[in-house]
Design a binder for this molecule. Structure first.
Ligand SMILES: [Zn+2]
Length: 195
């Protein structure tokens, strides 16, 4: 990743669940930290928890993150929380309102490096706002693949399972506190219940 001289920019890391997005985000943050750059990390308050938390990947790496309101204009809180950091990382971008797009644009216009991570598809395999908008506006996009748990092909879709069965097409896009699980699946193995 090379710097665009004299201005900020937006980097998006996307793909299905279990594709290593957060791991890649943390790798980039670690390199910035080694270079002595100040880093701020944010994640959405999807289950009404606020304050400090950590983002971590499955290999045990962690980073302190500030939890911000993910609904409506709440995402602008990020700008108030910043304290001159050059690098701003935002994890789980798909859980934020569409205002996240304007926030990222404002941060980049302010000369900051903005690193955003989030899945680009809902469990229905539809574009997951606001990630597709960020894909269009970002200077850099990396779309990672997982491995399909059914057939072993590269996976780009999020298979939601309820009690081990495919979720219903009419289920809400974001389920909070539900007894659900997810698998990475390819186009052929991804299924929805519609009866
Ligand atoms: Zn498959």
């Amino acid at each position: 990743m090379h710097a665009i001289t004299g201005s900020g920019w937006v980097e998006l890391i996307t793909g299905s669940m279990f594709s290593g997005k957060t791991e890649e985000l943390l790798r980039r943050l670690r390199r910035a930290e080694i270079a002595g750059q100040e880093v701020a990390v944010f994640k959405p308050a999807i289950d009404d928890r606020y304050g400090e938390t950590t983002i971590g990947s499955h290999n045990g790496r962690q980073w302190e993150a500030t939890v911000v309101d993910n609904e409506g204009d709440g995402v602008w809180q990020m700008l108030d929380d910043l304290n001159g950091e050059q690098v701003v990382a935002i994890d789980e971008a798909n859980f934020f309102s569409e205002e996240l797009v304007a926030v990222c644009e404002a941060l980049a216009a302010d000369g900051r490096r903005v690193i955003v991570s989030g899945t680009d598809q809902t469990f229905r395999a539809e574009p997951f706002t606001p990630v597709p908008q960020l894909m269009a506006l970002a200077e850099y996009v990396d779309k990672l693949q997982a491995i399909c748990t059914v057939c072993g092909e590269p996976a780009t879709r999020n298979q939601r399972l309820i009690d081990g069965e495919p979720a219903h097409v009419d289920d809400p896009t974001i389920m909070v506190g539900a007894e659900e699980s997810y698998e990475a699946r390819c186009r052929n193995c991804h299924t929805l219940r519609s009866d």
